[in-house]
Design a protein around this ligand. Structure first.
Ligand code: KPL
Length: 307
């Protein structure tokens, strides 16, 4: 019944969307790390959500070559790995393959286009609360909607995602939507990572809301200087996130807890760099960026604080 879909980056985002499409009957291959690939090869992908807990059958590989024959590629690697992962795919990508970039940060689709000229690339804004609970085991805490950039293939892809249970919208202003998501990430990710707290408990912390307001105000100024039109109620949008995913640890928190390099250079770090280029001061973002970088180097793996 389905189309062949490859997922580059079988982490929490890639496994969720790849798993939902496989569950809807599409042929999906996940490309990821050996521990996940082995577990998925053995028992399928365990997709544990609030409404079902199933083992979904799909294929998995550690090799970029598995992208061969895929018409659609969900590109789900960390923003730090965009160029290297795209270069790994390049020799094997079908000429008509479309890539959908499901990543944090605002410039991944452009970076992908630079490495893969001639391919259809569309950016996606992702709102999903997920974690890898173990090898081959994806836990979904809620949400999952996508906003995707228009392209010659976006309508068909959106229909396929919606039919698979993924609410998807096409937006002509994906740049602004990516900035809104970036601002959410700037407000939550570093604080959740530094404190190792899920959003519900994080926002109850003394002074946290004011720090978030400061971070948002700086981001809004940088966006304005960059010519991005943001919704007038952006601060309210940011503060409204925590109740929609109270048990969620930011991806940055999950990375630090596992001793992995985070995406912070593409979140608060990006705002600091863009602000410097545009003459906008960003002290709150700078402190958060620096603290996460310090923890990355000073503290390798430590445990997650239970929700
Ligand atoms: O994008 C996210 C992340 O943790 O990186 C969510 C969970 C949507 C918000 O922080």
């Amino acid at each position: 019944m389905g189309t062949r879909i490859a997922v580059m980056g079988a982490g929490a985002v890639g496994c969720y969307y790849g798993g939902m499409l496989a569950r809807a009957g599409h042929e999906v291959v996940l490309i990821g790390r050996p521990a996940h690939v082995q577990a998925i090869g053995h028992a399928g992908l365990r997709l544990e959500t609030r409404s079902f807990d199933e083992h979904v059958q799909l294929s998995a590989s550690t090799e970029a070559e598995a992208v061969r024959d895929a018409q659609t590629v969900l590109f789900c690697v960390k923003s730090t790995d965009t160029e290297s992962a795209a270069a790994q795919l390049r020799p094997y990508l079908a000429p008509d393959a479309m890539l959908l970039a499901l990543q944090n940060g605002v410039d991944n689709a452009d970076r992908l286009r630079a490495v893969l000229p001639g391919h259809i690339v569309a950016a996606a804004v992702v709102y999903v609360a997920t974690e890898m609970a173990g090898p081959g085991h994806l836990r979904h805490h809620g949400r999952g909607e996508l906003v995707i950039e228009p392209s010659s293939r976006s309508e068909a892809l959106a229909r396929m995602l919606i039919a698979a249970g993924v609410p998807t919208e096409i937006s002509a202003n994906v740049r602004a939507a990516l900035w809104v998501k970036l601002i959410l990430n700037c407000a939550y990710n570093a604080l959740s990572a530094i404190a190792q707290l899920p959003y519900g408990r994080l926002v109850q912390g003394e002074g946290v809301e004011q720090v978030m307001r400061d971070v948002v105000a700086e981001c809004v100024e940088v966006a304005r200087a960059d010519g991005i039109g943001l919704p007038a109620d952006i601060e309210a949008v940011v503060l409204a996130l925590a109740p929609t995913m109270p048990a969620q640890y930011s991806s940055t928190a999950q990375d630090l807890a596992r001793g992995k390099r985070s995406e912070i250079d593409h979140l608060n770090g990006f705002v600091v760099r863009r602000g410097a280029a545009l003459g906008v001061r960003t002290p709150a973002n700078r402190v958060l960026h620096t603290l996460v970088k310090l923890i990355e180097t000073a503290r390798p793996a430590h445990g997650l604080d239970p929700a």
